[in-house]
Every structure is written in C-alpha cells, then in structure tokens.
Design a protein around this ligand. Structure first.
Ligand SMILES: Nc1ncnc2c1ncn2[C@@H]1O[C@H](COP(=O)(O)OP(=O)(O)OP(=O)(O)O)[C@@H](O)[C@H]1O
Length: 440
C-alpha cells in the first residue's frame, strides 16, 4: 500500500460507571455491561495518510483526539472499524508510558528502544545521540522517578526520534512548558518529514498549519472537516472565534476614534483590545545566565530584559506597545563598528522580526575594553499569535553584510503569549490609521 496509515470507520464507545464497584461487576459479569451508560468518544472516523505526509488533528478538549491517537498506536482497541499502519510507529502520547521509574534514564533508553524493536547493538550505536538530543545532563544516570515532567518529555522525545520510526505519533500537549525544547522538536519534525509520516495533535493551529500537509478536525467524536491543513485550521479557528464571540460585529465607528491615531505607533484599537480577552499579554521569562553562546568571546552578555518607557523591568509585555530590549554586556577589548542586534523567532525557529543598531549609526559605535555597557533597543512589539518565542541576541563588529560575531546567543530570552486576536499570519502589526470615504 502507498498509504502509511488508513483509519477506516473507527468508532469508540466507553462504558461510563459512576461507582467503581459497578465497573468491576460489569467487567466480571457481562450481563451488567449492557446496563452501563455508553459514551461515544469516536463516531465513524476515517482518514488516510500517504507515506511522507503529515496529518494534524485539531479539536476542542474532549473531541476524541487522544482516543484516536491511542487507537492508531494500538494501545486502545476500536469498538468498530479498523486501523492499518505501515512500518514502525513511535509515539509520544502519555508521559512515562514504557518507562520503568526505578531505572535510570540510560537504562530506560535501552528498555524503550527494545520495545520499538531495536537490538542492543543498535541501541549501543545511538545511545550517545539520544542522550545528546535530550540534554538532561547528569540526570541521565539517575532513576527517572526523580525527573521533572520536562525531563521526561525530553528523554521520551529523544528516544522516539532515534528509533527509525516510519510513523511518529505526537501529542504536542506533552511538549508544553519548555519552549526551547519544543523548538528543537519542531525542527526535528520538519526534518523527519523528509523520510517519514507524522500524526500530530496540537491545540496550536498555527503549528498544525505550518507543519502538516493535511488536517482532521474532530468535534464531539466526529469528523467536522478533513482536507488541506490550512483550510481545516482556518475553519476550526473561525469556529472557535464564532463560538466565543458570537456573531457580534464590532461597530468601528462606535468604538474607534480616528483622532486617537495621532502618534505613528499608536493603534486605535488598543483600548478595545486591552479590555478584551484577546489582550496580548506576552510573558517574559528571566534571562538564563547559563545559556550557551558563540563568538570571539570578546563580549559577554551578562543580562538582558525588557523595560517599559518608564524604565521599569517587565515580566509581561503588551503586544502593540513600545518596549526596550536591554542588553548588559562585558566588553573585553576596544572595538569599533560595534553592532547590537536581536531576532525574535517562533518555536519552529522561524524568524519573525528583528533589527540592530546600524540604522542609528551606519558606521557602528566604538567601545572601550574592560568595560561594561548597557544597550537598549526600542521598538514596537507587534501583536503576537498565541505561542512561545525566543529572542536571539547578537553583538558584532563590522557592517551589515560583513561582520564578526563577538557573542551570539540563540535563546537569550524566552517569552510566551497565551491570548491574542492574531489568527492569520505570524504576527499582527498595528494599523495606525484608517479612512473610508465615498467616491462620486
Ligand atoms: N477510558 C475512558 N472512559 C470513559 N470516557 C473516556 C475515556 N477516555 C476518554 N474518554 C472520554 O472520551 C472523550 C474524548 O477524550 P479524548 O481524551 O480523546 O479527547 P481529546 O480531544 O484528546 O481532549 P484534550 O484536548 O482535552 O486532550 C472525552 O469526553 C473523555 O472524557
């Protein structure tokens, strides 16, 4: 077959029991089973995935996504219908599944990889790569019962990434909480797409539309829509918004005063947005002094943060407002043509925007050796879509086209945005003026 996965008319019914005793009795005495209340978690779901394709599954809580993934992986039997998968399936579905909590991380690598059918010799050959990808340091030789959930995810993902799977099944909810690692996972998945198929469940429809070729929208156990990832995620978002907003159309004349748009950067919808649940709060995590960097080493960044116009350090930045990105650095030796810049990337590593100090002084600044400097880059933070982001910092000397990096930090600051009105595109940039006139 050309298909990597065929899900045909799959239904799943769960028996619901209020009391554990009744559940036990119904398991032991089949006649009681008929009396239990039945819940249809999946109803006649069909989908096909060709080898090399990526399928995203979206849907609200309780829509049946995890149930479908478990059926695809064979850890749950369907009540009706069938699933055919070609090749080796590796899954990240349930934290700790397949792990022995008394074993160390290293021992669990062998245990898990054996479950996926790898021989000891095959695991010997890739154990170092698995450990390097997981990046959990000395914890690899400690029992996994002492692991944080983030460490579990790191190790579990690293294992499934190295078992030569033909189909990867991933519930992205598990990767939440660690923006840096989920970026790395997304990069890995992008690469994996070249050789295998992926089934990917995510609440982040942006991630689904970027990563996946096709998508399936489940609603109360049924297929609402199946098709191209873009088409399905857009329809799903529209549905979510119409559910939360109703069909109310905001009357622009009533709520937006054109005169408010006097300052170039001011978004006249600001007040409207700030008072809504789409308020674009962007939470900033503190600068991690242990984060790795590369460059000549003549400059070390010792701190970085966001400040508002009153010079207050911010833990939350509001999308659509002016902020200052502060970079504190130690400079070892005198440098000319000095440039400070930044990039903001989404969790797949895609650059959204960035800038540097060259626009202010094309010939660059000069700095003295053995000194500490504070650079501040003031910019308009765009409205960001829900998700996690990182800021990369670069300190260099030279020109835009030709420069030497003294200190480049990939993930200097991490930030996370939980609420947003941005549903199309990667980010929103404020509309600073609008006029409408009739032409005769
Ligand atoms: N073992 C079970 N017994 C009874 N009901 C179950 C069982 N497992 C799942 N369900 C029910 O089936 C429905 C679908 O659950 P499922 O976990 O597949 O949803 P989901 O789309 O993955 O949700 P979420 O996004 O919240 O993870 C839910 O209403 C859930 O309560």
């Amino acid at each position: 077959m050309d298909e990597a996965l065929i899900v045909r008319n799959v239904s799943k019914k769960f028996q619901l029991h209020n009391e554990p005793l009744k559940r036990l009795v119904s398991l032991l005495v089949p006649v009681f089973r008929a009396k239990a209340q039945v819940f249809n978690a999946l109803k006649d779901v069909s989908v096909e995935l060709r080898a090399g394709e990526t399928l995203g599954i979206v849907g609200r809580n309780g829509a049946g996504k995890s149930t479908l993934l478990q059926i695809i992986c064979g850890t749950l039997r369907p009540s009706a219908g069938s699933v055919q998968v070609r090749g080796r399936v590796a899954a990240l579905l349930e934290l700790g599944a397949g792990f022995n909590t008394d074993f160390t991380g290293r021992e669990n690598i062998y245990l898990n990889a054996a479950i996926y059918g790898l021989s000891r010799r095959e695991v010997d050959a890739r154990v170092d790569a698995i450990i390097a990808f997981a990046e959990i340091g000395d914890f690899i030789d400690r029992p996994v019962r002492v692991y944080s959930s983030g460490m579990f995810v790191r190790l579990a993902f690293s294992i499934i990434a190295h078992v030569d799977a033909d189909v990867l099944v991933i519930d992205e909810a598990l990767a939440v909480g660690d923006a840096l690692f989920s970026q790395k996972c997304m990069r890995f998945l992008d690469d994996f797409k070249k050789r295998g198929s992926i089934v990917f469940v995510s609440h982040d429809s942006g991630a689904v539309s970027q990563l996946c070729d096709k998508a399936l929208w489940l609603h109360q156990g049924e297929v609402m829509l199946e098709g191209g990832a873009k088409q399905v995620t857009e329809a799903y978002l529209e549905f979510l918004y119409s559910e939360t907003q109703g069909d109310k159309v905001v009357d622009c004349n009533e709520t937006i005063a054109y005169e408010q748009a006097v300052e170039a950067w001011h978004d006249p919808r600001d007040q409207l947005l700030k008072n809504s649940k789409y308020r674009n709060d962007i939470e900033i995590y503190p600068f991690d002094t242990t984060v790795s960097s590369f460059g000549t080493g003549l400059v070390q960044v010792v701190d970085s943060c966001f400040r508002d116009e009153q010079n207050r350090k911010l833990s939350v930045v509001l999308g659509g407002s002016i902020v200052e990105l502060e970079v504190v650095m130690n400079v070892q030796s005198e440098l000319s043509n000095f440039i400070v810049g930044f990039l903001v990337k989404d969790k797949r590593g895609q650059v959204l925007f960035g800038d540097n100090s060259l626009l202010f002084k094309p010939e660059g600044y000069s700095v003295l050796g053995n000194s500490r400097y504070v650079a501040r880059l003031k910019f308009l933070m765009p409205y960001l879509a829900q998700g996690e982001y990182v800021v990369s910092l670069g300190i260099a000397s030279g020109t835009q086209m030709d420069h030497i990096q003294h200190c480049w930090i990939h993930d200097a600051l991490v930030f996370s945005c939980q609420s947003s009105h941005v549903i199309h595109g990667l980010f929103g940039t404020p509309v600073v003026g609008f006029t409408l006139g009739s032409v005769s």
